[in-house]
Ligand binder design. Structure first.
Ligand SMILES: *Cc1c(COP(=O)(O)O)cnc(C)c1O
Length: 427
């Protein structure tokens, strides 16, 4: 069971909504910090050190990255803009891993200049990187276990996934890198997404620990760290349980003692790249009911839409919905919709909810990862603001809402065709 509570009272969120106007995402800093601390406490036994590289794509806001940096996290970046955000947040290059795929040469060059750890996606990227930017002192390679590992709904079966090296390619790659004079190595896999079974990650660790020992036997390469990837899920539904990080860590520790220590690979660093479980549960999309509509069904039309939170439309994902101040009242079954000209622009379908009226606030839970980040401008929708609820209870705006000027800013303005936001009142 996960309790779907809110970090603000109905009166407080109404005040915030009046001040900042809906829709917006609001993130609970205190809960993010407490969760990060519990995560690190669970892994404080790792002899070679533990670090979670926060997957920046989940919540690419440097104000959040700075909070996570203060809690000891690094950053997992997949593009130049994400690298720049991580650096702007003050994260040291050695605490940034660049896990990209289908990477442009220019991004390898920048990553190399910044001195971040590069995680290669393919054996052909070794000569590609060498030619574009030269090989760095430390490199990591991404393993795709193929049929050795069962699939997972969002990321799919490993053998169908475009990512990573095969096992055989890894032996060849590390041998080649060693020959080229590299001395520092990491090994990485990322095979799950939103996975709630802790055992799944323990199995991944077993696979990687055995592989690291085998690569060491065959090539003499000694790993500095093993990166177990991200993918730890969160309980989007009230009847789901979060992953128990303490027992997950205990399972990994047992394997460390069974595999890594006898293989004489101790001390070894263990790293992860969790994004979703770090911030996901601590973000909320706050929106107001614009319309109630009764046709063949009941519709609750919000001032937010799929452009603010795409997961329900994209994956049919469940996001819990609360109606502050109305939770004890009568309930009804409704579809909760946005205003896009797309019938899948629905936050919930046939959901039992408190009866709402236009003007009521509606809070959509678990939007702290892949919420604002996946936003887009289709149908002329502007991306919302992001707010931070600080531990003192004060609210800080950490990203303003887009304006019409922002939306038109990239148009070629030389031909008098760019609308002026205040026009349109008739000739
Ligand atoms: C998305 C991604 C992550 C983070 O996944 P979460 O589900 O947010 O933990 C980590 N590593 C890579 C390479 C990714 O693509």
């Amino acid at each position: 069971m996960s309790l779907k509570t809110l970090p603000f009272t109905p009166a407080r969120i109404e005040d915030i909504a009046l001040e900042y106007s809906t829709p917006f995402h609001i993130y609970d800093e205190k809960a993010i910090r407490e969760n990060a601390r519990a995560f690190y406490r669970a892994f404080d036994w790792v002899p070679g050190g533990f670090i979670n590289y926060f997957a920046v794509k989940a919540l690419p806001n440097p104000h959040i990255l700075k909070i996570l940096r203060e809690e000891g996290m690094g950053a997992d970046c997949s593009s130049l803009p994400e690298l720049l955000l991580a650096r702007a947040a003050g994260i040291k290059p050695e605490h940034i891993i660049f896990t990209s795929n289908d990477t442009p040469a220019g991004e390898f060059i920048r990553a190399r200049k910044m001195g971040v750890v590069i995680n290669l996606d393919d054996i052909s990227h070794i000569p590609f990187l060498e030619k574009a930017a030269g090989l760095p002192a430390i490199l990591c390679c991404r393993y795709n276990p193929g049929p050795l590992k069962g699939g997972n709904a969002i990321i799919g079966k490993p053998e169908e996934a475009k990512y990573g090296f095969t096992g055989e390619q890894l032996f060849e790659a590390y041998g080649m890198l060693k020959q080229k004079g590299l001395t520092r190595f990491g090994l990485h896999a990322m095979v799950a997404s939103n996975e709630l079974r802790g055992d799944y990650f323990i199995e991944t660790a077993a696979l990687l620990f055995h592989l690291a020992a085998e690569i060491n036997r065959r090539t003499g390469v000694r790993f500095e760290f093993i990166n177990l990837g991200g993918g730890v899920g969160i309980p989007y539904r009230p009847d789901q349980d979060p992953v128990d990080l303490v027992s997950l860590s205990r399972g990994i520790r047992r394997l460390y003692e069974e595999i890594i220590v006898p293989a004489k690979l101790d001390p070894l660093g263990i790293t992860m790249e969790c994004g979703r479980m770090v911030t996901g549960p601590y973000g909320y999309l706050v929106s107001r009911v614009l319309h109630k509509k009764q046709t063949y069904k009941t519709y609750v039309g919000l001032d937010a839409c799929m452009a603010n939170l795409m997961r329900p439309a994209l994956y049919g994902a469940y996001h819990h919905i609360s109606v502050p101040g109305r939770e004890e009242g009568p309930r009804e079954k409704a579809d909760v919709t946005g205003s896009l000209c797309e019938n899948n622009d629905k936050f919930a379908i046939d959901r039992e909810l408190p009866v709402t009226s236009p003007g009521d606030l509606v809070v959509i839970h678990d939007t702290g990862a892949h919420g604002h980040a996946m936003g887009f401008n289709y149908n002329g929708k502007l991306r919302s603001a992001e707010l931070l609820l600080t531990p003192s209870g004060k609210v800080r705006i950490i990203r303003r809402a887009e304006t019409l000027e922002d939306y038109f800013a990239t148009l070629d303005s030389r031909w008098g065709l760019v609308p002026r936001p205040r026009d349109g009142g008739g000739d």
